[in-house]
Structures are given as structure tokens and as C-alpha cells.
Write a protein that binds this ligand. Structure first.
Ligand SMILES: *[C@@H]1O[C@H](CO)[C@@H](O)[C@H](O)[C@H]1NC(C)=O
Ligand SMILES: *[C@@H]1O[C@H](CO)[C@@H](O)[C@H](O)[C@H]1NC(C)=O
Ligand SMILES: *[C@@H]1O[C@H](CO)[C@@H](O)[C@H](O)[C@H]1NC(C)=O
Ligand SMILES: *[C@@H]1O[C@H](CO)[C@@H](O)[C@H](O)[C@H]1NC(C)=O
Ligand SMILES: *[C@@H]1O[C@H](CO)[C@@H](O)[C@H](O)[C@H]1NC(C)=O
Ligand SMILES: *[C@@H]1O[C@H](CO)[C@@H](O)[C@H](O)[C@H]1NC(C)=O
Ligand SMILES: *[C@@H]1O[C@H](CO)[C@@H](O)[C@H](O)[C@H]1NC(C)=O
Ligand SMILES: *[C@@H]1O[C@H](CO)[C@@H](O)[C@H](O)[C@H]1NC(C)=O
Ligand SMILES: CC(=O)N[C@H]1CO[C@H](CO)[C@@H](O)[C@@H]1O
Length: 584
């Protein structure tokens, strides 16, 4: 029988004993324990867990411990310098393959940082205290059981490519999925709804690895624009945008089967016909919420040539430049009807479409497609540069624009917030003009840049799923981006920029894009909007019911995930149920 956690106990008591006594019990018992709390597991408890998982328990030593004296006794100036040198150019490689590492500087929080003084102690801060190096379902089940019994926070980390800090947490035990890197091509998958090629991916497989395995077998698949993003992880569970969205739909639309361990410790397969509510929720309703995905089987497609291109022009005359940007926002949705996607950036001084993707078309199709728009640029006296490429496979196309695979060279921005723009806005010159006014304000002073994907998933065929409906009614999803400044003294500047983003920039853009939404994988954790509606839309209530069914004890919690408002972080960093402190 499963032990009643402190949380369960408080609710069981409510209404039966006097409120003051319940409140006193709740104040200590209901929050998740952190190190130093009386309820924190003993060394013997951890040793027992380690035995259960056959020695796969890892105590976190933050990567930058080599940069600090005192805490871990492993100070090493050469190793520290190597971290500093690789840091800005390869931020992901820095944290990704490392248990408990997290990409986002906001959650790293300088608790153990290569750029702070050597004498500053290296402390865990938000990094999970222990990680289970997961090798299979039994490890996940053991981790869930331990977290429940000991009332500690549990998080799931694949890569830590994570903007809202779900894959880490103070005092947490992490299920580290990175080593579940199996890949298997299934040439003739058969189910009642689909017959054709598929791939089974362990949840630790990153996009770059999956694309290579698929290419070698003559196929391609829907995966993220950064090769380093996991596929069967939060990416697909949150929806999944891609250069192949217009051809095949969202990443979540591809899924045929999920292999999951639920919070109640059941090891299940969820498909469109089996455990259908769980299948529905995992396809778009957010990662780390309903269960822990071990693997997924998804559709793949015969590979073939891809035409590619880039288009750029400068801002030499602001009136002409911003009119050109406005026209582009209106034209772009008409350019992606035939399986095409386009990724573009808007800066104050330059516009750059940095990846135009035309699957199955000749190179000449790129300039043909753009001809009407290029005529507008000519009318505005704007000179442009256009480049085109031919790739014989999608993998090669990806490698040209976002390589070198498997990781890719780009440094992700970690101050960012998404907005999904309804087609009613991009098809209206006046509404687009309002949006462009907001964009102009956003990018002036070069504090932010806008990065967008143009796609069309309106007619993608897929089983019912929890992808935010706003995706189907949109052709453009954009992020406002800024780079985190990792200098030791830039902390205040970074936080000020985040505040400006959520208090000034995002409200202005949302005002110009009524009826839109927010991609739940690309949001700022300081977001102040109506998050349930913007992230989950009409699916929220049904997702809450699925959550309740598969995670009745709220083992999983992530900021802005379904059910997250039942908890809050207290002054010491503990995860506590809202109202668990004497407000029964
Ligand atoms: C778990 O056990 C393995 C094998 O005995 C050991 O190497 C490792 O350090 C242990 N982990 C912890 C956190 O003690
Ligand atoms: C960062 O650490 C400070 C204490 O140094 C704390 O007050 C703050 O809440 C932390 N921020 C995050 C995002 O954890
Ligand atoms: C995690 O487990 C895998 C597979 O057993 C092993 O190869 C790897 O070295 C482990 N990683 C760490 C950091 O313990
Ligand atoms: C779009 O892709 C689908 C799936 O590969 C294909 O059947 C269709 O012919 C393509 N359409 C165009 C216009 O290329
Ligand atoms: C473009 O340049 C031509 C010739 O220099 C000029 O007549 C025309 O007014 C310009 N058009 C715009 C929109 O600036
Ligand atoms: C668009 O804006 C112009 C100029 O402000 C205005 O005259 C026109 O009525 C507007 N059109 C629509 C459809 O709102
Ligand atoms: C999607 O399907 C609808 C209804 O069949 C059709 O009107 C629309 O043109 C299609 N959209 C695209 C982009 O093909
Ligand atoms: C980062 O912050 C430091 C310290 O405040 C500052 O000197 C530096 O110019 C900043 N870097 C960028 C790229 O803004
Ligand atoms: C819904 C939710 O959990 N939001 C919280 C996310 O994290 C921020 C910053 O810690 C909180 O302010 C929100 O309340």
C-alpha cells in the first residue's frame, strides 16, 4: 500500500479537525521537503534508492564546481577556463549532456557559475540534488515511489532545453532521460489508423540523431529547428514546430504510440485507441505533467530533395523598410501552402529570411515563389539578396541551415516569449500595420529581435490531440528574443530585460494579435497574461481531468503546466500547495 504523503494527509484532515491544528500540521507537512528539512531523506534512504536503481543514482556536482574553491574541493582553473571559453558559443553543450544541468541562465541563477568570483561558494540553488540515470521503466517507477513516500519534488530532464524551468528544481530528484537513446526504424507499422513507415525513439534521442538514423534508412521526420532538442520529450509533448510542419503537421500529429510510466507507477502504452485520454493529452498538452515518456513511435516519410533559400534586405529608409516588413507578414502565409515553411528574423536594421524550405521542389521554385514579393521590394527601392540551395535529402537541407548536426551551432536565446498570430491578423493590412508598430517598438535599440516560423498545419490529418487549437488557425508563430548576458555583473540587466518583455513588449503584441495563443514550450516564466487560455485554450479543462486521473497526487509539477496553480514556491524555494498553509 502506498504511504499517505503529507499533502494527502492535510486534505484528509480538512473539515474533520479544527482549522488551527490542521494549519499547524500543514505548515510543515505539506510542502515538498528540501535539504535541511526534518523530512528530507537520510543518507541511508538515498543509499537504499541507489540500490533499487542498481547504482544509477547521481549526486549533483554542478559543472562549474571546478571554478570555485570551498564547496566541492575540485577547483581547477584550466577546466574552468575551458567552460568559460565554450560557454557563449556552445551554451547547450555546456549544460545539456550533464545530469541536472539547465540551459536557462535565469534558473541557473549564478548558484554555481564560471563567471562569478572563485571565492563565491558553488551551491546547488535550483539544480536537482540527485538524478536517476534512467535506463528503463523500473528506474522511473522507483523514482516516483521514492518522491511520493519522502514528499520531495520530482522533475524530468531530457536535455534541459527548457525555458520555464520544469526540468530542474530546488531540492528535487530528477529523472534524467538522456541515455534512453534507442532508435528503431519500423518500415511497415500497422494500426487501425495508419499503415506505413515509423520510427521508435527513446526519449533521450535528440533531433539531430533521429534525423541521421532516418536519413540513413531513406526517411525524414518532424523535429525541432535546433538539432539538440529531444524529440520524444517536451518538444513533441508540447506540440512541436518544425521546418516540416506544412508538409506533415505538428510533431504531436505524428505520434502513433507513447510508452509511459504514469504518476501512479503504471507502465502503459497510449495510442489513439488505447488509453486514449492519455494519448490525447501527451500529444500537445505539455511535458512532465501526466507521466514520464520512455519512448514514442511516430510517423516518418520517404526522404527526397529539398529546395532551400535565404532572403535579406537592409533598413536604409525606415518608411520603406517597415512597409516591406508589413507586406512580408501578409505575403508569407500565402507562400507556405504547398508544404513550404519559412523562418525569418526581424531586426531594427535588417530583415533576414534565414531558412526557406520547399520540400520536393526544384531550386527555381524558390525565386518563383518570391517573385510577387520581390516586385514589392523593387517598388520600394529596396535592394535584396537572395540565395538558393538544392539538397538531395532533408537531413542535408537541415545541415545547411541549422548544422552541423547532430547539435547545430546556434546559441539559443534564453529570454524569449512566443505569440501565435491568427490568420485574421496576417490577412488584414490594417491589423498587420498595428502589429508592425508593436514590432518596431520592440526591436528599436536592439534590445530584442523577432524570430518567426511561417507554416500551415490547418489541414494536417491526425488523431484527436491536445495541440493548442490556435496553431491550426495561424500561419505565423513568432518569438521575441534576447540573449542572456552571462557576465557576472549583468544579473540586474537580464532581469530588467525580462521585466520589460513581460510588462511592455508582450502586452503590446497581444493587443495587436487578439485571438492568438502562446506556444507552451517557448514562454517566459514571468508571463502575466491569461496563461490557461493562451497556452491550452479550450483544452484546459479536459487536460485537468486527465491530469487528475493519471497524477492524482500531483507528483509532477512544472511552472505553467496543467494544474500548476495548485502550488507555489515559498521563500526558501520549497514547492508548496496553495492553501496548504492554514487556508483549508
Ligand atoms: C550509487 O551507487 C554507485 C555504485 O555503487 C556509486 O558509484 C554511486 O556513487 C552511488 N551514488 C550515490 C549518490 O551515492
Ligand atoms: C536566485 O537566487 C536568489 C538568491 O540568491 C533568490 O532570491 C531568487 O529567488 C533566485 N531566483 C530563481 C529564479 O530561482
Ligand atoms: C548513465 O548510464 C549509462 C547507461 O548505463 C552509462 O553509460 C553512463 O555512463 C551513465 N552516466 C553517468 C553520468 O553516470
Ligand atoms: C506535399 O507533401 C505531400 C506529402 O509528402 C505530397 O503528397 C504532396 O504532393 C506535396 N504537395 C506539393 C504541392 O508538393
Ligand atoms: C524609388 O526610386 C525612384 C528613382 O530614384 C524614385 O523616383 C521613386 O520615388 C522611389 N520610390 C520610393 C517608394 O521611394
Ligand atoms: C484601414 O486603415 C485606414 C487608414 O487608417 C482606414 O481608412 C480604413 O478604413 C481601415 N480599413 C479597415 C478595413 O479597417
Ligand atoms: C484546408 O482545407 C480547407 C477545406 O477543405 C480549404 O478550404 C483550404 O484551402 C485548405 N487549406 C490549405 C492551406 O490547403
Ligand atoms: C554584458 O554585461 C556586461 C556587464 O554588465 C557588459 O559589460 C557587457 O557589455 C554586456 N554584454 C553585452 C553583449 O551586452
Ligand atoms: C502558473 C504558475 O505556476 N506560475 C508561476 C511561474 O513562476 C513564476 C516565477 O516564479 C511565478 O510568479 C508564477 O506564479
Amino acid at each position: 500500500m502506498q504511504a499517505l504523503t503529507g499533502f494527502g494527509l492535510v486534505f484528509a484532515l480538512c473539515g474533520r479537525v479544527d482549522a488551527a491544528a490542521a494549519a499547524a500540521a500543514a505548515a510543515v507537512a505539506s510542502c515538498r521537503n528540501i535539504p535541511g528539512d526534518p523530512g528530507w531523506p537520510s543518507p541511508a534512504d538515498w543509499a537504499q534508492l541507489n540500490k533499487t536503481v542498481r547504482g544509477q543514482l547521481i549526486a549533483t556536482i554542478p559543472q562549474a564546481s571546478v571554478c570555485h574553491t570551498g564547496s566541492y574541493s575540485d577547483y581547477d582553473e584550466t577546466a574552468c577556463q575551458a567552460l568559460r571559453d565554450g560557454h557563449d558559443t556552445d551554451r547547450l553543450v555546456y549544460s545539456e549532456p550533464h545530469p541536472a544541468g539547465v540551459m536557462n541562465g535565469y534558473y541557473q541563477n549564478q548558484s554555481c557559475d564560471p563567471f562569478t568570483p572563485t571565492s563565491q561558494p558553488c551551491v546547488l540553488g535550483n539544480y536537482a540534488v540527485y538524478s536517476i540515470n534512467v535506463t528503463g521503466a523500473d528506474d522511473v517507477i522507483a523514482g516516483i515511489k521514492f518522491a511520493k513516500e519522502k514528499n520531495i519534488r520530482l522533475v524530468v530532464k531530457t536535455t534541459g532545453h527548457d525555458y520555464k524551468g520544469q526540468s530542474t528544481g530546488k531540492g528535487a530528484l530528477a529523472l534524467w532521460m538522456w541515455n534512453l537513446k534507442t532508435t528503431e526504424i519500423i518500415t511497415n507499422y500497422k494500426s487501425s489508423g495508419y499503415s506505413g513507415p515509423a520510427i521508435k525513439l527513446g526519449s533521450g534521442t535528440i533531433g539531430g540523431e533521429a534525423l541521421t538514423v532516418a536519413r540513413d534508412a531513406g526517411y525524414r521526420l518532424v523535429s525541432g529547428e535546433c538539432g539538440s532538442v529531444g524529440v520524444a520529450s517536451g518538444y513533441t509533448q508540447g506540440g512541436g514546430h518544425s521546418m516540416l510542419n506544412s508538409a506533415y503537421g505538428m510533431a504531436a500529429d505524428q505520434v502513433l504510440e507513447w510508452e509511459v510510466v504514469t504518476a501512479t507507477g503504471e507502465h502503459l502504452i497510449a495510442t489513439p485507441t488505447k488509453n486514449t485520454d492519455l494519448y490525447w493529452a501527451l500529444c500537445g498538452g505539455g511535458g512532465g505533467t501526466y507521466g514520464v515518456v520512455l519512448s514514442m513511435i511516430s510517423k516518418i516519410y520517404p526522404d527526397g530533395p529539398v529546395a532551400g533559400g535565404t532572403l535579406a534586405f537592409q533598413n536604409t529608409d525606415p518608411t520603406a523598410y517597415w512597409e516591406a516588413v508589413s507586406l512580408w507578414i501578409q505575403y508569407a502565409p500565402t507562400l507556405v501552402r504547398q508544404n513550404n515553411t519559412i523562418i525569418y528574423l526581424i531586426f531594427d536594421n535588417v530583415f533576414e529570411a534565414l531558412a526557406i524550405t520547399l520540400p520536393g521542389q526544384p531550386v527555381s521554385a524558390v525565386s518563383d515563389l518570391l517573385t510577387p514579393y520581390l516586385a514589392q521590394l523593387a517598388r520600394l527601392n529596396i535592394t535584396h539578396s537572395l540565395t538558393t540551395t538544392h539538397s538531395s535529402t532533408y537531413h542535408d537541407h537541415f545541415n545547411t541551415y541549422f548544422g552541423p548536426l547532430p547539435y547545430g551551432a546556434s546559441s539559443p536565446t534564453t529570454i524569449l516569449h512566443n505569440h501565435i498570430i491568427p490568420r485574421s491578423i496576417t490577412s488584414s493590412p490594417n491589423a498587420t500595420a498595428n502589429l508592425v508598430t508593436a514590432y518596431r517598438e520592440t526591436v528599436k535599440d536592439n534590445k530584442f529581435l523577432i524570430g518567426c516560423l511561417v507554416f500551415d498545419v490547418s489541414n494536417a490529418t491526425h488523431p484527436p490531440n491536445a495541440v493548442l487549437p490556435a496553431w491550426r488557425g495561424s500561419s505565423t508563430s513568432c518569438n521575441v528574443n534576447a540573449f542572456w548576458n552571462f557576465s557576472a555583473s549583468a544579473r540586474g540587466d537580464n532581469l530588467a530585460r525580462k521585466l520589460d518583455l513581460v510588462e511592455r513588449v508582450v502586452p503590446a503584441i497581444e493587443k495587436a494579435t487578439p485571438g492568438g495563443g502562446v506556444y507552451l514550450n517557448e514562454m517566459d516564466p514571468w508571463y502575466k497574461g491569461d496563461w490557461k487560455r493562451m497556452l491550452f485554450g479550450e483544452n484546459y479543462e479536459r487536460l485537468s481531468r486527465v491530469k487528475k486521473r493519471y497524477d492524482p497526487a500531483n507528483v509532477f509539477w512544472g511552472n505553467f503546466s496543467v494544474g500548476s496553480d495548485k502550488f507555489e514556491i515559498d521563500g526558501a524555494g520549497r514547492l508548496c500547495p496553495v492553501g496548504g498553509r492554514g487556508r483549508c
